[in-house]
Design a protein. Sequence first.
Length: 252
Amino acid sequence: MRLANKVAIITGAGSGIGRASAYVFAREGARIAVADIDDAGGEETVAAIKADDGDAIFVHTDVSKASEIANLVKVTGDKFGKIDIFFNNAGAFEGDICEVLEEEVWDRVYAVDVKSIFFSAKYAAPEMRKTGGGVIINTASNSVNNPTPGMCCYISAKGAVIALTKVLAVELAPDNIRVNCVSPSLTDTGIVDRIKADSVSAEWLNAMVSRFPLEKRLIKPEEIAHAALYLASDEASMTTGINLIVDGGSGI
Ligand SMILES: NC(=O)c1ccc[n+]([C@@H]2O[C@H](COP(=O)([O-])OP(=O)(O)OC[C@H]3O[C@@H](n4cnc5c(N)ncnc54)[C@H](O)[C@@H]3O)[C@@H](O)[C@H]2O)c1
């Protein structure tokens, strides 16, 4: 098993990519701390892992709050004895064109998507150092390379995730803590369900998917989870500071 004896925190694991990653990591031997603001979704992920003979706990966590990330790290350490992997997957997907965007939306998106990563390094890196190293995985988005109008705060926040990943990689390398990010393109989760709900954006989505050279379909959450699995595993022992794009060859 590729994550035997590892302990992994996964944020936003109450649905979508985070839940798929929790399942994949657990099947590879990791004990999982499922963190989310959605208690029902988080508990469902934990129940499914346990039903599959895995080990997991749910820790209610709003990743935009320093105190809640500090609590997540403490509860996980108390329960499982250490932290090897911190997957910053939770994300806020909101936006509008800059002219009408409310400042509070900008601040919320940056807090959930970017500041949370700073908190994970601040609170989890000292714990990882105690056991000789660890892995932080962040979630950016390939929308950074193909910006669409109306998403100025989300896309710029994800650009910041890529930059923050590179800085943390060099900052934490002396402690044997690897820091990488994964950049999904359109993946079939709740985010895409919200795009499908509106007829104009649904049409845009179909046009985008038709540009995927591989199979002309949305990416499955498990396909992002497996990219994260590689970054989390010892197979990636000399990989740090990278942005692993999973876009089905679409460039979008
Ligand atoms: N689905 C896509 O097409 C796509 C593309 C590029 C990047 N991403 C990124 O992938 C990540 C996962 O998204 P997803 O597609 O699985 O979406 P999703 O909506 O299915 O899951 C997001 C999860 O994050 C949780 N969450 C939201 N705010 C939170 C907070 N403040 N604290 C803790 N948990 C919180 C939600 O409750 C939810 O369970 C996000 O960072 C997203 O930006 C997704």
